[in-house]
Design a protein around this ligand. Sequence first.
Ligand code: NDP
Ligand code: GDR
Length: 374
Amino acid sequence: MSKRALITGITGQDGSYLAELLIEKGYEVHGIKRRTSQFNTGRIDHLYSDVHSKAQRHLHLHHGDLSDGSNLTRIMQEVQPDEVYNLGAQSHVAVSFESPEYTADINGLGALRLLEAIRLLGLQSKTRFYQASTSELYGQVQESRQSEATPFYPRSPYGAAKLFAYWITKNYREAYGFYACNGILFNHESPRRGETFVTRKVTRGLANVAQGLEQCLFLGNMNALRDWGHAKDYVRMQWLMLQQPTAVDYVIATGAQYSIRDFVTRAARQLGISLVFEGEGIDEVAIAADVTGEDAPAVCPGDVLVRVDPRYFRPSEVETLCGNPSKAADELGWVPEISLDQMIAEMVASDLELAKRQALLQRHGYHTPQSIEA
Ligand code: NDP
Ligand code: GDR
């Protein structure tokens, strides 16, 4: 009989890649989706067979919400999963400053509700639990490369809520013998990344610039340093963590660090765009020279493509993150397979395709509003 997995956040970036992976492995996959006024299953539509068709169905969707404990318990009882992947979250750090209470409820208590559902239904000897923990737990970093032993110091309501989820997962493991573990994942991206996270905002914005749809990209703190991997590599590790003899927490990262500015520069280079940075500080302008290959940037009106806009600054920022994934490599043999430039190439190609379609529609008189916020 095939294994059964339940994924919260299946309509998100990671949920969609994980569902693909599990279906490939022969799992029966169940996902929780929120009821919304517009379709929200764009990332998983290709995996779904119509309930009326005779085709074998590998993917089953249930309406639910991480704020709704009785609903989660009912779904858990119905599905009786072998594995639960808790990927659902209000996952935007900047938004968590605007909606701290909601973020705490979904990202913190949401994990507890799932664990309690497993416990109250007596499923803990059958059901393994994965919690989507995050490098945001480190926040104000205490060590230059963060490992499983580095102390936490979250810097946002998002990070603080995820800290509760991290500890409650560990607590249920210790208190009740759950197979429950935390993947402490550093930033991971893909063409399916939400449009308001910085990498996707950049590849989408620059693709639009290349197609003449926009002239300028507004960003916040371009000095922030991140350790970026590809979501496909990272969901492989989420699955691996639930296949071990005992539950252990792991850091998942590449171990390499780049600034936001580096990322913009690399994406622009792949698109053949000459960048001019405008913002606070001389170094924004210096980068323009790198990109254009000139000694000094030609800063002409209308030529400025990347501008710092303080509205995207956060009340407290996580300036630098760089993971140490050696425990995952040594114990599970996990190494990321997709490089940063390969990932950027994939994101750029996908966003260029979208921008071309958008430009075509616009040329034929169709107004298709788009916004880049947050
Ligand atoms: P996304 O933002 O792409 O997806 C989040 C998912 O959670 C979506 O399916 C969303 O549904 C769902 N969701 C949001 N609110 C609720 C709610 N109230 N009840 C139920 N579901 C909800 O995130 P990612 O796929 O990038 O990340 C997956 C998980 O990993 C998240 O928990 C995130 O915090 C964590 N994480 C992500 C990292 C990254 O770099 N991507 C790094 C470390 C941790 P809808 O589609 O309807 O909005
Ligand atoms: P992060 O990702 O906060 O690390 O959280 P995000 O891409 O939003 O920001 C990364 C860094 O870029 C800076 N930045 C901007 N960010 C956004 N969104 N928009 C901008 O215009 C912009 N300009 C500069 C930010 O200040 C920040 O320093 C992601 C999420 O997926 C979390 O759910 C996950 O837990 C962590 O990664 C690991």
